[in-house]
Design a protein around this ligand. Structure first.
Ligand code: AMP
Ligand code: ZN
Ligand code: FE
Ligand code: FE
Length: 292
């Protein structure tokens, strides 16, 4: 068993890198990738701990990118995972990540102002105090709960923070084409995160969108994910085969911020990512090394 999609408390998970490594070791995972939102801080802490524990740890990240569509000219949000199975990204990629962190901070300031207009009095300092190296909406949700505005993380999203909620503010994200290019140039491998969340698309529309992303440089697709039904998994495996994409998978573990998702096995055991997917990721990377 492996897990190629996990979050630590450096982004919006609740496990420390040490706790995540311990859990991966006690589950006997063959490989673990840390894919925090917009930061490598959790990976960097985990690296020596994994090494000491004999755990294969893969450097990863999850980026929120934008893709303009006729229905949404200013861009729909698409999450992209990136992996550096045998190393770490080059410094210019890390510099770009720091720019993304600044745009996230700007979104967070605007989100605080918007919530204030809605009569919610929380401060950026309060939210950042529980954030890790980045502050994400689940941290806002926790402060909304602590201050009694809502009872659960999910109602915080429905009432205030979600894309269809009154508090939502758009973030200035990077276009997906640029993101895919930067990942590849930095020696990484990209994968389309949880394609089931691409929106309300027919299967034909979904397939066409994946094909467009492949033309923009997409290298992989997340076949296994805790939000995927068995029929989704079959469809995404077909896209992988048809478009020559690397198939990847993971639980999207967030600790107590998504309490029903277990590391490695997802929701009630609905995720089981084969070890071969890690091997294929390593193999793709070594092929790339031989070409360049
Ligand atoms: P951000 O990157 O700050 O925009 O926060 C996005 C994160 O919020 C996602 O990666 C999820 O972990 C979480 N999230 C988004 N929508 C919801 C929701 N409806 N319920 C719970 N968590 C959510
Ligand atoms: Zn998250
Ligand atoms: Fe995501
Ligand atoms: Fe995620």
């Amino acid at each position: 068993m492996i897990d190629l999609h996990t979050h630590t408390n450096a982004s919006d998970g609740t496990y420390t890198p040490q706790e995540l490594v311990n859990e991966a070791v006690s589950l006997g995972l063959y490989a673990l990738a840390i894919t925090d939102h917009d930061t490598f801080a959790g990976y960097h802490v985990a690296r020596p701990l994994a090494q000491a524990a004999g755990l294969r740890l893969i450097c990863g990240i999850e980026l929120s990118t934008t893709y303009p569509t006729p229905q949404k000219p200013d861009g729909k949000t698409i999450h992209v995972l990136a992996y550096w199975p045998t190393g770490e990204p080059h410094e210019d990629f890390c510099a770009w990540i720091r720019e993304l962190q600044e745009s996230r901070r700007d979104r967070n300031r605007r989100l605080i102002a918007r919530l204030r207009e809605l009569g919610v009095n929380i401060t950026l300092e309060e939210v950042e105090a529980i954030g890790g190296s980045i502050t994400a909406r689940p941290h806002f949700a926790r402060v909304l709960i602590e201050k009694g505005y809502v009872d659960t993380i999910s109602s915080a999203f429905t009432r205030y923070l979600g894309e269809c909620a009154p508090g939502f503010v758009q973030r200035d994200s990077a276009p997906i084409a640029e993101s895919l290019q930067r990942i590849q140039q930095s020696g990484g491998v990209s994968s389309l995160a949880h394609p089931v969340r691409l929106g309300n698309l027919t299967h034909a529309e979904e397939r066409a969108l994946v094909q467009e992303l492949v033309e923009l440089g997409l290298q992989g697709i997340e076949v296994h994910h805790s939000d995927h039904q068995p029929e989704d998994r079959i469809r995404y495996a077909q896209y992988a085969e048809e478009f020559g994409l690397l198939a990847t998978g993971g639980s999207d573990f967030h600790g107590a911020n998504k309490p029903n998702i277990r590391l490695g096995s997802g929701k009630s055991g609905n995720v089981a990512v084969p070890d071969e997917m890690a091997d294929a990721l390593y193999a793709l990377r070594s092929e790339y090394l031989h070409q360049s």
